[in-house]
Design a protein around this ligand. Structure first.
Ligand code: HEC
Length: 165
């Protein structure tokens, strides 16, 4: 039977990914985001498929961090322009000599909204979905900014909220 279905017995089809999101549009963004997250050279390459990062290599986790769960503008800005400089994530200091890739030229507004909606709602995270319209407005707002953001610069613009963690 397995043979007839085109599935090898040793290699069963991957379990279907699931999400707690219920809104149809948000679910669509989430599954699109999962595909982008796991592309070669995208987020999972550094932050790992489980969102736990690789601390020893300077890649911080995405599970449970204020940067992921907090202010939407701050998250969109760092994903558009990349990030470099000392950063504290979950109480741990990273020297920040390894830069994070800027994605403004690699992802459309919809793709960016998708991958950020995915990270805000995976690895145990639960936060509002990011809309393509929101990405579009932050992209326009930061159009003239060149180079990476530093964590310090972003925290001046958007201090961490106390509600998370
Ligand atoms: C080349 C490796 C690399 C890739 C690819 C990458 N990042 Fe990062 N990311 C980093 C590094 C390094 C930092 C910390 C930068 C610093 O030290 O200032 C970081 C920081 C972050 C932070 C803030 C800190 C935290 O851990 O919460 C977020 C959020 C984030 N990345 C999300 C993403 C998303 C989403 C993607 C895919 C669209 C992505 N990253 C792709 C290396 C990467």
């Amino acid at each position: 039977m397995a043979h007839l279905n085109g599935h090898s017995v040793d290699n069963p089809p991957k379990e279907k990914p699931r999400t707690h999101l219920t809104d149809v549009g948000e679910r669509e963004l989430y599954f699109k985001g999962l595909e982008i997250y796991e592309r070669d050279g995208f987020c999972s390459t550094c932050h790992q498929r489980d969102g736990k990062g690789l601390t020893a290599s300077g890649f911080p986790p995405l599970a449970g961090t204020k940067w992921v769960l907090g202010n939407e503008d701050r998250l969109i800005k760092l994903a558009l322009k990349g990030l470099m400089g000392p950063i504290e994530v979950l109480g741990k200091q990273y020297p920040g000599q390894v830069p994070m890739t800027p994605y403004e030229g690699l992802l459309s507004d919809e793709e960016m909204a998708a991958v950020l909606t995915y990270v805000r709602n995976s690895f145990g995270n639960v936060a509002s979905a990011i809309t393509p319209e929101k990405v579009k407005s932050v992209r326009a707002l930061t159009d003239s900014k060149s180079g990476f953001y530093s964590p310090e610069e972003l925290l001046k613009q958007h201090p961490h909220e106390d509600i998370v963690q």
